[in-house]
Design a protein around this ligand. Structure first.
Ligand SMILES: NC(=O)c1ccc[n+]([C@@H]2O[C@H](COP(=O)([O-])OP(=O)(O)OC[C@H]3O[C@@H](n4cnc5c(N)ncnc54)[C@H](OP(=O)(O)O)[C@@H]3O)[C@@H](O)[C@H]2O)c1
Length: 258
């Protein structure tokens, strides 16, 4: 996919990985629709994106957990641009502690944001994408989406659910031209995710590292994109990921007639 001029929608773009991803797409000349609940922060990110080279940046209030809000967000994008090339479902919230001590409203918030949020925006964008037979959906999960982490039981469950939703949907959309990809960040710094400043969290990937992986995934869509601790990945992933996708596509084409 050529990113210059492409319309890229990013949820949760007001901080952390979402903001870094917006900037990374802006540097490649993409047009951006950024959504989150804090407009002031979104505006600051948008300003940076314009300076970085994006020809068109819009910001909108968005609560991904509310179906109506997600629908309105995607509808506004399509009204503005009449196209939607990449949807990055990045908005997410965490909570650490013992599962049985987690307040019910936090449980509801995690499920609404991390899981329902992805379903809401995806379902809103899919009719347009399916009609045009193109589009890339990138869901930001987490390493806990395949390796559950103690004291993050509900968070791990929501990220497992995002992975399950994405892979099932990918199968459902096979042959339609619409791609579904999952990105799995590890612990990432430069974000607001770990709110307690004294939390011992050890090695952290910088947010721009994850952002570059999201951009590569948009350019070379693949089922699963891991965050590798090597710059070599910048070179290797597009080549080998692309070859793998091609090989898998060939096998599918030969074995499953349209
Ligand atoms: N940081 C890590 O170590 C790490 C590791 C693995 C995966 N992840 C995942 O990466 C994604 C981004 O997180 P981050 O690390 O960049 O944390 P962050 O800095 O806290 O960013 C989270 C973003 O989600 C937005 N958001 C939260 N609830 C929302 C809602 N209901 N509607 C719309 N936007 C909402 C926030 O904006 P508003 O508050 O303005 O709405 C913010 O822009 C999340 O899905 C997270 O689970 C993070």
């Amino acid at each position: 996919m050529r990113l210059n001029g492409a319309v890229v929608v990013i949820t949760g773009a007001s901080s952390g990985i979402g903001a870094a991803t917006a900037l990374a797409f802006a540097r490649r000349g993409a047009r951006l629709e950024l959504g989150a609940r804090r407009l002031e922060k979104l505006n600051a990110v948008a300003e940076k994106c314009r300076k970085a080279g994006s020809p068109d940046v819009n910001v909108r209030l968005l609560d991904v957990g509310q179906r109506a809000s997600a629908r309105a967000f995607i509808a506004a994008t399509l009204r503005d641009h009449e196209r939607l090339d990449v949807l990055v479902n990045n908005a997410g919230v965490g909570w650490m502690g013992r599962a049985h001590e987690m307040p019910e409203e936090k449980v509801d918030e995690l499920i609404a944001t991390n899981l329902k949020g992805v379903i809401n925006t995806t379902s809103s964008a899919l009719p347009w994408m399916l009609e045009r037979r193109r589009g890339v959906i990138i869901n930001v999960a987490s390493v806990v989406g395949f390796r559950p982490s103690p004291y993050s039981a509900v968070y791990s469950a929501t990220k497992h659910a995002v992975v399950g939703f994405s892979h099932a949907l990918r199968g459902e959309l096979s042959g339609t031209g619409v791609k579904v990809c999952v990105v799995y960040p590890g612990v990432t710094g430069g974000t607001e995710f770990f709110k307690a400043p004294d939390q011992p969290i050890g090695f952290q990937y910088p947010a721009w590292w994850v952002a570059n992986l999201v951009v590569r995934t948009a350019r070379y869509p693949r089922r699963d994109a891991m965050v590798f601790p090597l710059r070599l990945a910048d070179v290797a992933e597009p080549v080998f990921g692309g070859l793998m996708d091609h090989a898998i596509g060939e096998v599918r084409r030969r074995s499953v007639p349209d």
